[in-house]
Write a protein that binds this ligand. Structure first.
Ligand code: AMP
Length: 467
């Protein structure tokens, strides 16, 4: 089934005043996590929502947005991926049930969604969408008809779900943040003026003039109110599976993800990369923006001067998700242009966070040569991506990866670089300062933290209860 991805951003807020503008502002802070659609749901007697395709400031404006209010609410931004762009996937999902109203914002991918859906359909349940988020809402609504204890209902729902989910959730006017038991995708809690907030990334609290309190722990359910929060937890596996790609590429450099500032870790990775893959060159340049931290670390450790090598046009849409190769090629040219005084006549090291298909890097190397670079060396923070992600990152099929059936030398040839080097998996783990057993490295190793049909598991998980 062609299921939409949920590499998205979520926010939840409980304030002593109208939360509409604060949620909107927070969503703008995490706009990088999703540019396809945006939405907000607020509780004021009942739940009302404004949702649509577009950027946050486009969707959350005008009369409809001005007319909704509520002291508690949630918001969502959604990432666009090839083949899954449709209005039915816009979140938050809002449903009315016999147990009251529910609203849900979801970041992640439920790996057993198809199995759950088939089972429920065979029992006579009907679904309106193909989204795994609808499954979560339906399961929760069903649980809420059996118990009035909301936390118990959430826990029972979590027992059925397998995979990656960081949620913000409203049950009537109550706001919850929920993180899956392996903690794939980030989620954190902060104190903000007039109340408390839950968000995918901590940069939200800075921009709100608030304070980051802590990450939501794997398996944790937090309820926030205007004056505080309460926490409970489901049993969790001994090991977590934090997605390494959040630090490598996806999250903002100024965010703290699972206790670690993203920028600092990107610099760590760049330093490792320089140690492991040294090169003689005149200048280090970054592919903006996500390559910057990696490149600065590389420059620091190698002693090679860092300079700005590209002008980036911020107003060009994302090339990564363009479905056709020629559009992606054109997109890269529109987005990046070399700064000649940095490049001409010099031996250049280009540092970027990752190579997925290699489309971007091939164009960049060509660009550097046209600008007169004497040599073009490429260094990549993320080890070669070889296996699909089932937990919410848009890297789906093995045949799309540059590293599938190619040695590093062959990839270098493909992107026409004079040399190519990646950080090793071991080097990456050291740079992230997280035990390997608590990271999801599946896209690098092909060993998955949970059972996926046709794929290998990293190790057998045993359950440990810490309630
Ligand atoms: P490519 O190798 O041409 O597929 O593109 C890789 C570049 O796209 C990387 O340098 C990242 O900056 C960016 N990127 C990597 N993974 C993703 C993703 N899942 N979604 C969007 N952009 C990505």
């Amino acid at each position: 089934m062609d299921r939409p991805e949920h590499h998205c951003g979520v926010v939840g807020m409980a304030l002593s005043c109208n939360a509409a503008n604060s949620i909107k502002k927070s969503l703008r802070v995490i706009q990088h996590r999703g540019q396809e659609s945006a939405g907000i749901a607020l509780f004021d007697d009942h739940i009302r929502s404004v949702r649509g395709m577009g950027l946050v400031h486009e969707v959350l404006s005008g009369r409809e947005f001005e007319s909704i209010c509520g002291n508690t609410g949630i918001g969502h931004v959604r990432y666009s991926t090839t083949g899954s762009s449709s209005a039915e996937n816009v979140q938050p999902i809002v449903v009315s049930t016999s147990a009251g109203e529910l609203a849900l914002g979801h970041n992640g991918d439920i790996v057993n969604a198809d199995k759950i859906r088939s089972k429920l359909q065979s029992e006579g349940w009907a679904f309106l969408t193909t989204t795994d988020s609808e499954i979560i809402v339906r399961l929760l609504a069903n649980e809420l008809t059996q118990t009035t204890d909301a936390v118990r209902a959430i826990k029972n729902t979590m027992r059925i779900l397998d995979g990656a989910y960081s949620l913000t959730l409203m049950i009537g006017g109550r706001v919850f943040g929920v993180r899956d038991p392996m903690g794939f995708r980030p989620l954190c809690i902060g104190k903000v003026p007039n109340g408390y907030a839950i968000a995918s990334e901590s940069a939200v609290f800075d921009i709100m003039r608030g304070e980051f309190i802590r990450d939501v722990a794997p398996g944790e359910i937090l309820e926030i109110t205007q004056s505080g929060f309460t926490a409970s937890k489901v049993p969790c596996p001994i090991h977590s599976a934090h997605c390494m790609f959040e630090w490598v590429y996806f999250a903002r450099p100024d965010s703290i993800v699972d206790g670690k500032e993203v920028y600092r870790l990107r610099k760590n990775i760049g330093q490792k990369l320089a140690e492991e893959q040294p090169v003689s060159a005149d200048v280090v340049v970054a592919v903006p923006d996500s390559g910057r931290g990696h490149a600065l670390g590389f420059a620091e450790a190698s002693g090679i001067k860092y300079e700005e090598g590209f002008m980036k046009n911020r107003y060009v849409e994302r090339t990564f998700i363009m479905p056709e190769q020629n559009k992606r090629d054109e997109g890269v040219l529109l987005k990046l242009n070399p700064i000649r005084s940095t490049v001409t006549g010099r031996r250049v090291v280009i540092v970027d966070d990752s190579i997925v298909r290699g489309t971007t890097m091939k164009k960049i190397v060509e660009m550097m040569r046209r600008a007169g670079a004497k040599e073009v060396h490429v260094r990549i923070g993320c080890p070669p991506i070889r296996a699909p992600c089932y937990y919410g990152i848009d890297m789906k099929t093995r045949d799309q990866f540059a590293a599938t059936n190619r040695s590093v030398e062959e990839i270098a040839k493909m992107i026409t670089a004079d040399s190519l080097g990646y950080t090793s998996v071991k080097g990456l783990v050291e740079a992230l300062e997280v035990p390997e057993s608590d990271l999801c490295l599946a896209c690098l190793t092909g060993l998955y933290p949970s059972s996926i049909p046709g794929e290998k598991m990293r190790f057998q998980q045993t359950l440990e209860v810490h309630d």
